[in-house]
Design a binder for this molecule. Sequence first.
Ligand SMILES: C[S@@+](CC[C@H](N)C(=O)[O-])C[C@H]1O[C@@H](n2cnc3c(N)ncnc32)[C@H](O)[C@@H]1O
Length: 238
Amino acid sequence: MKNKILKTYEKIAQSYHKMIDYKPHNAFYDRPNTLSLFPENIKDFEILDAACGPGKYAEILLSQGAHITGFDFSPKMVDLAKKRNSNHQENFFVHNLNDPLDLFNDQKFDIVLCALALDYIQDWHAVMGEFNRVLKPNGRLIISTTHPFFDHLYFKSKKYFKPQAVSTNWTSFGKGVKMHSFKRSLHDTIAPITENGFYIEKFLEPKPTVEMKKSDPKTYKKLMNFPSFLCIKALKYS
Ligand SMILES: C[S@@+](CC[C@H](N)C(=O)[O-])C[C@H]1O[C@@H](n2cnc3c(N)ncnc32)[C@H](O)[C@@H]1O
């Protein structure tokens, strides 16, 4: 499964990079909502961008004065993140979220961000434990992921509670590709966070910004009536 996901991301990396600035689901839905969970002033904050993709979040957070370390398991994505953030190339690494974050000391980061990547991880317990370890006391975890209710309906599942490997065809990146991921219940989304030393501070069922109304009115209408993603900010307490 991991290899299938990696192969697909390697295939679409270049077009993902080209589209990320304005692709409606990213630019007008995920990013504004996820970024709303960050403190107003992040100057000199140490931020880990886990599964950074082509480095769009890193670019935004760097422009606000934060220090960013990013990793992704796709070498192509990491190259694109380096290209986009060319003055900070040494801060981007190839690493798999399923593996321990051995490259980082305990309590290194003020914030760990993981946007739209946990869908590709079967069981979140190990990764949440590692996010907790690398965060400073009172550090924050900020994530976005597919809303479990969206997946349940989209994949016409009859077994809401059963974690399940799923796949769908993505056509919006030029060549059509089959994308594999894992669907899970709301409980299996929340419990790995709260059972690994975090309090949930904020939980968003995001709505798109008005810009999407112009660029993609059909999706705007859908997302104003039912969420595709959810965003969480959690505080490390132990
Ligand atoms: C939808 S993209 C999101 C990229 C970026 N976080 C953003 O929001 O712009 C998902 C990213 O997760 C990465 N990814 C998926 N599974 C991963 C894993 N097991 N370890 C590290 N990265 C992974 C993919 O290569 C891809 O870059």
